[in-house]
Structures are given as C-alpha cells and as structure tokens.
Design a protein around this ligand. Structure first.
Ligand code: G4P
Length: 556
C-alpha cells in the first residue's frame, strides 16, 4: 500500500506574463513546496504536549525531553495569575515552533490546552493547512475533541489522527475507530495497526509501507525494530510476535484491506478521509512514522478566501493576516506581538504594506521568525510562514496586510461566548484607562465586548471563567484600572441579519437584548434556548448566527 505525494499546488500556478516574473513564480513555488504549517489538537491530557515535544526532538528544535512540557500553562490553574503571567511570556516563544525535518520546513502552531482559551485555539486553526488530532486510546472521543473537529470541518482542514497511549489498556482499535467515525463524523483510514495494547503491546504494523514496528519503551524507532514484511504469510511474522498475535494481525489486516483499500490522498487533502496512526507519544513510539508520513502527504501552504476573491499562495504579491495577538509580558511596555500568517507572495522586512482595515501604510523594521535556534529578525518570509510583528496597538485579530489591494481575509470567525458579565468600573477617575484596556484586550481576542447605550454599558463575553479573572488582573496591572463583573444570565450571543425593515423593527422591539459588537454589528443576547427559538419562530425574516462570519454580507 505504498503511496507517494504529488505537489499539491501545481494547479495553482498561473501562466506568468513576463520572463522576470516567471522566475519569481518558480522561486515561490519552491519555497511553498518546502513548507508544512499545522497544529496538533486534542482534548487536554490526550498527549498533545508530549507528541509536540517528540516532534521537536526529531526536528532538532529542542535537545532534551521536558522542554515544552515545563512551558505549558498549567491545565488546572484557575487563579494562579503569576503563573499565567510567567507562562504568557514563554508561550509567545512556544506559540509557533518552526523546525526543519528531512528537507521540509515545518511550522507547528501551538494551541492552548485549557478549555477557557478555546477561542485562541479556534483562531490558530485558521492559520494552519492541516492538523494532527490526538485521541487518547483509553478515553476515546472527548468533549474538546468534538468542538475542535467542528472548527476543522468549517474550513475543510485535512486531519491525520494519532491514537495515543497504546501502552495502556484502552478501547479495542476497531471499537475506537467506530467511535471516532460515529461521534466525530469523520471517515477514517488506518495506516498502521496495533498488535495488542497495554502490557501486551507489541508494536504496530505499518500498512502503508508493509513493515512491522516492534515496540520498545522510550526509544526512537530503530532499524532493528523495523522489519519489512510485505507478505504477512511470511513465518518471520510468527517469529517476531508469536503465532497467536501473528494470526490475529493477519485477520485484522485482511479485514482492514477489504474495508479500506489503498489510501486516496486526494480525499485526505479534501478533508474527506483521515489517515490514522497508532502509537505511544511518551514512549516515542509511532511518532517518527507519523512525522515521515505527515511531511509526505500533508498539504503545502494553501490559498485563502478574502471578501473579494480567492488568494493563491504562489501569487507574486504579498498578502497575509493576523490570527493571534500576544500581550507583552512586561506591563511597562504596552507593545504586543501580532502573529502574521503569510498567505501569498514574499513578505519583506522594512517594506510598506497596506493595513486594509485602517487603510494605512505600515512597515516592520524587526519582524521575527520562530525558528527554534535563531529567534531572529528575518529579511523575508513565504506562504505558510508565521511572522512575529511588534505591534503598538494597530492590529486586531483578522486584520489583513497586502501590497495595496483592498481586501480582507475571511474565515476568521468570532464564535458566540458562553458566559456573559457586565463590566463595572470601580474607579471613575480611571475611566479612560479602563476604556483603553478593554479595547486593547478585546482586540487581542482575550474576550468579546458587546456594548449598549453608546458604549456606556459594557458586557464581556468569554468562553471560560478564567478569562474574566485574567481581564480583571490585566486591567489593573497593565492599565491601572479596577473593575468588577456582574454575572448575567444570557445563553448565547447571536449576530442578527435580515431585510432592513424587519431588522430595524426587531432591534427596536428587543432593544434591551440588542448590543453592538466591536465592529458595530447588531447582536441579540438570548436569555435561553427557549427564548432564542421563540424569537426565531416569531421573526422568520431575521437570521440568527452563532458566529460573526457573515459580517461582510450584513453590511451590504
Ligand atoms: P496534553 O498536552 O494533551 O494535555 O497532554 P500531555 O502531553 O501533557 O499528556 C498528558 C499525560 O499523559 C501526561 O502525564 C503524559 O506523560 C501522559 N502521556 C502522554 N503520552 C502518553 C503515552 O503514550 N502513554 C502513557 N501511558 N501516557 C502518556 P502526566 O502524569 O499528566 O504528566 P507527567 O507527570 O508525565 O509530566
């Protein structure tokens, strides 16, 4: 079942008009072909950090195990702000990890483990071209997994599944595949198959290169541990894993080949099929196979949609968007780091680009890369790369940079928060500081701000309680403004659109529940699901959206 990869973007290459430009096209295609930009996602504790660390070890980006782990935000911290503060600084460094492996430049974008920062994860997923989804073989599909897969589905992001912790007694592999397929509505395609699990775990059979990988705890896959067995009837299989397990494997593989056949890579790239690997991250088992296959099959940097047209990665002109903003660790310095995903062309240092929302020219003297060993100012970057830009408050999430073309990248939606609280200013002398702080923090995407009465009433919407504590703490530390929060019992925020007159009537009628988001779009805050359904029935001309992604259409 050998498969090989063809370069995905060949179809994107336009016929260039001039010789000079032709060379440019060729150059970008090569740069694009070299890159893979992805994220690892999982429910907390499934093994994302451990897998990340092993990948970085393979890439030579870190030298010792534990380097990433010691940096991650404590998953169970609820109010240890100093810890959050400390980690914020470090997590800038670990937010994007770029390294080279086997001639491929890999950009691995980190996503926070804590569920209260889920919005941050969703936004990061807009900047990747594929994901590796880690599933704990003992726990199977968990809550966060469902949400994350939904977000991938919105953008048709190709997914490779890594079933982790085979060294523990988990669910039976066929049952697990069934569960993942049913619960996550994914079509799977196993590329490796485990031989037992827990104490009996003997290794995996690699279906794609017909080899047996024998399990030894805490070791890189070595040549001695990898035995090519193109014909499973070969008695060498019995010699390696024993007759009983060899027979079981033969039966399993027979079944798998009957059900799945060879992998159709196009279906993977179209996000219609997810290759599956089995292994044990903590034992570094199955990780190299995953990485080797990943760089072969995963998509190179892909194009992105804007409000005016689709942008292909190998267009000659630079475009990019901001998907994450990170506050400075040092409260005396308000500058922040904006994370730019390059979408097309070449980004160059000290060059003027158009900030399309503000319609102004911006230039960056010290853009930096996240290459592990040289966290340095860079001269240029290419599609798929993430560039760190020092920002003094000009950016908010979703902002677009171009060489002059007026466009805005889409597909960076804001989702309805789950907890709503009214912000009360405790120190009227510091009103200005509070306004500024709230504006900047919400630009960063820490929380969402909804306002009423010309901004005098402020409602903060978050995904988790922890974010409110972070806001309160940061407003005080960084802006000298103190506030409290009054809990409100809203269920969801829905962006509302519809025919002009119907919308105006609805907004007048429901004025107590209508707020404005930061862009001035009307949002209906529903007290409960029942209220929302009732309003839906009573107002057939109004559409209620749980994400902000329709925004442009609404402004028309
Ligand atoms: P996360 O980032 O997805 O939240 O998970 P993380 O890698 O932190 O892993 C969660 C726990 O699962 C860790 O144990 C980790 O060592 C363990 N783990 C990861 N991969 C495997 C595996 O293949 N097999 C087994 N048995 N365990 C695995 P911990 O006790 O929470 O942390 P630590 O004390 O090991 O650092």
């Amino acid at each position: 079942m050998q498969f090989c990869i063809a370069l995905q973007f060949a179809s994107n290459v336009r016929v260039p008009p001039l010789d000079g430009e032709f060379r440019l096209f060729m150059k970008y295609d090569k740069e694009i072909a070299l890159r893979r930009t992805f994220a690892i996602i999982s429910h907390p504790d499934a093994g994302k950090t451990t897998l990340t660390e092993k990948l970085l070890l393979f890439g030579g980006a870190i030298q010792v195990a534990g380097a990433v782990k010691s940096n991650k935000i404590k998953k169970h911290a609820t109010s240890d702000f100093m810890e959050i503060e400390r980690q914020r600084g470090i997590s800038v460094a670990t937010s994007v990890m770029s390294f080279e492996y086997d001639g491929t430049l890999i950009n691995l974008l980190d996503t926070p483990g804590h569920k209260d920062f889920a919005e941050d994860t969703y936004r990061t997923l807009t900047a990747v071209d594929s994901v590796i989804l880690v599933i704990d073989s003992v726990n199977g599909v968990e809550d966060q997994t469902r949400k994350l897969v939904e977000v991938c589905r919105m953008r048709d992001t190709p997914i490779i599944v890594f079933v982790n912790k085979l060294d523990r007694d988990g669910k039976f592999p066929f049952d697990l595949l069934d569960e993942i397929e049913k619960e996550l509505k994914l079509s799977l395609h196993p590329l490796s198959w485990p031989i037992n699990m827990g104490k009996e775990f003997k290794g995996v059979y690699n279906l794609y290169d017909s080899s047996l990988n024998l399990f030894t705890a805490n070791q890189k896959s070595t040549e001695e541990n990898t035995v090519p067995i193109p014909d499973l009837d070969d008695p060498i299989l019995d010699a390696k894993i024993g007759e009983r397990d060899a027979d079981q494997l033969r039966d399993d593989v027979d079944l798998l080949q009957g059900v799945y056949g060879p992998l159709d890579e196009h279906k993977y790239l179209e996000a219609k099929i997810c290759p599956v690997f089995f292994g044990s991250a903590v034992n570094n088992f199955g990780v190299k196979e995953l990485l080797d296959t990943f760089i072969r099959v995963a998509p190179a940097p892909q194009g992105r949609d804007t409000d005016t047209r689709h942008v292909a990665p190998n267009e000659d002109k630079f475009t990019g968007f901001i998907f994450k903003i990170h506050a400075n660790l040092d409260p005396r310095h308000r500058d922040r780091i904006a994370f730019l995903r390059v979408c097309s062309g070449r980004f160059s240092r000290n060059t003027y680009y158009k900030h399309t929302r503000l319609e102004k020219e911006v230039r960056f003297a010290n853009p930096y890369s996240f290459l592990a060993r040289e966290k340095d100012v860079i001269e240029e970057a290419f599609p798929g790369d993430v560039v760190g830009l020092f920002d003094t408050g000009t950016f908010k999430i979703g902002d677009t940079l171009t060489e002059g073309e007026k466009m805005q990248f889409t597909g960076i939606p804001v989702f309805s928060p789950e907890i709503f609280k009214e912000l009360v200013n405790k120190d009227p002398m510091k009103t200005k500081q509070l306004e500024k702080g709230v504006n900047q923090l919400t630009d960063e995407g820490v929380a969402q701000l909804f306002t009423q009465h010309d901004g005098h009433r402020k409602i903060i919407g978050c995904v988790g309680e922890l974010q409110f504590e972070v806001i309160q703490y940061r407003l005080l530390q960084e802006y000298g403004a103190s506030c409290t929060f009054v809990p409100l019992s809203f269920y969801k925020a829905c962006w509302v659109t519809g025919e002009k007159k119907a919308l105006e009537d609805f907004m007048r009628f429901k004025q107590n529940n209508i707020m404005k988001d930061k862009d001035g779009n009307p949002v209906y805050l529903a007290q409960s699901e029942w209220f929302l359904n009732t309003e839906r029935q009573n107002n057939p001309k109004i559409e209620f959206h749980f994400t902000s992604e329709f925004k442009t259409a609404m402004k028309d």
